[in-house]
Design a protein around this ligand. Structure first.
Ligand SMILES: N[C@@H](CCC(=O)N[C@@H](CS)C(=O)NCC(=O)O)C(=O)O
Length: 313
């Protein structure tokens, strides 16, 4: 199989979701270190504008959003599986719920307590204001601590309840998609604030579960790769074949020029020619001088597709 390349940076919690998944699957993967703020000049040729972290590249295919990255990893490395038999929808829905509801307040818990400039650099606040569309103001963040801590507790305690019967992981004996999703905000609080920082001090089962996740996710081998080499790998490769479902209710057709945009943060549209469409994935072909012909894949949940004017590069 062509190598898995993860474009990411160390402190990114969504990247940690992908890294723990690669570890659980004992994958061999290559790591490209990207900036934590814009500009990201060596990522843009590959994604066509998608700026979030992480992005997974395999040859000339770029996979955006961990929702899709996890499913693609599952397809390519089916063992051990992240989708318990007969509970695939449940596993995916729970992971999406965690990503969408727990991550935000957990980030608030971190940002309201750490010295942001010192830890993430002086340009971080401006970048994240643009990224989120909300003013990343330290005073406002500090004032919100009691609220975000309370929300994080209320939401994480639902996961804590799942562990009350003694099961080692959220859906049973093996780590699955929701475990990787929950690891993201728990890891972020632990790394940035402390191993049992509030509200984790009131969630002992989650703290013990996180230790099990860390231990189980140590597999895998990581090799550093220069961004320029990753782009050269894309240029030398051909994208995987894809197809457009003719009966898709959206009415979108192969070859249509579309823009795909995340519905929440980092709303930068990516424009390309529609080459792949399934119930849960949308894929655009693009061309860039530095990478040649590439296909960028997005999940459909949480991404808007709309007809766009102009060329696909
Ligand atoms: N829904 C996305 C969320 C990714 C996300 O928000 N990542 C953060 C870092 S943890 C990000 O992109 N921050 C801005 C940046 O890295 O430029 C996913 O599942 O991958």
């Amino acid at each position: 199989m062509t190598d898995i390349i993860l474009h990411h940076y160390a402190v990114s919690p969504f990247a940690e979701k992908a890294r723990i998944a690669l570890g659980l699957k004992r994958a061999a993967w290559q790591s490209v270190d990207i900036p934590s703020i814009m500009p990201k000049p060596d990522l843009m040729p590959l994604t066509g504008g998608y700026r979030k972290t992480p992005v997974m590249q395999i040859g000339a295919d770029a996979y955006c959003d961990t929702q899709l990255i996890m499913m693609e990893l599952e397809r390519r490395l089916p063992t051990p599986s992240f989708l318990p038999k007969g509970r695939e929808g449940e596993a995916r829905a729970l992971a999406l719920w965690i990503d969408r509801s727990i991550f935000g307040p957990a980030v608030g818990v971190v940002m309201s307590q750490v010295p942001v400039d010192e830890r993430f650099g002086p340009a971080f606040k401006k970048d994240r204001s643009e990224f989120s569309g909300r003013n990343f103001d330290p005073e406002r963040l500090r004032a919100a601590l009691p609220i975000v801590r309370d929300q994080t507790y209320a939401l994480m305690s639902l996961a804590e309840t799942m562990l009350v019967d003694g099961r080692p992981f959220l859906l049973g004996d093996a780590a699955s998609l929701p475990d990787c999703a929950l690891y993201n905000p728990v890891w972020f609080i632990q790394q940035q604030v402390g191993p049992t920082a509030s509200p984790l001090d009131r969630l002992p089962r989650i703290v013990a579960w996180a230790e099990r996740m860390t231990a189980a996710g140590k597999g895998g081998t990581r090799r550093e790769l220069a961004a320029s080499d990753a782009l050269a790998i894309a240029k030398a490769a051909k994208p995987e074949p894809t197809s457009v479902a003719a009966d898709d209710p959206s009415g979108l057709k192969a070859g249509q020029i579309l823009s795909v945009t995340p519905d929440d943060t980092g709303r930068v549209p990516v424009t390309g020619s529609l080459v792949g469409l399934t119930a849960d994935r949308i894929s655009l072909a693009r061309h860039d001088e530095r990478v040649g012909d590439v296909v960028v894949h997005f999940p459909r949940a949480g991404f808007f597709a709309a007809p766009a004017q102009g060329a696909a590069d």
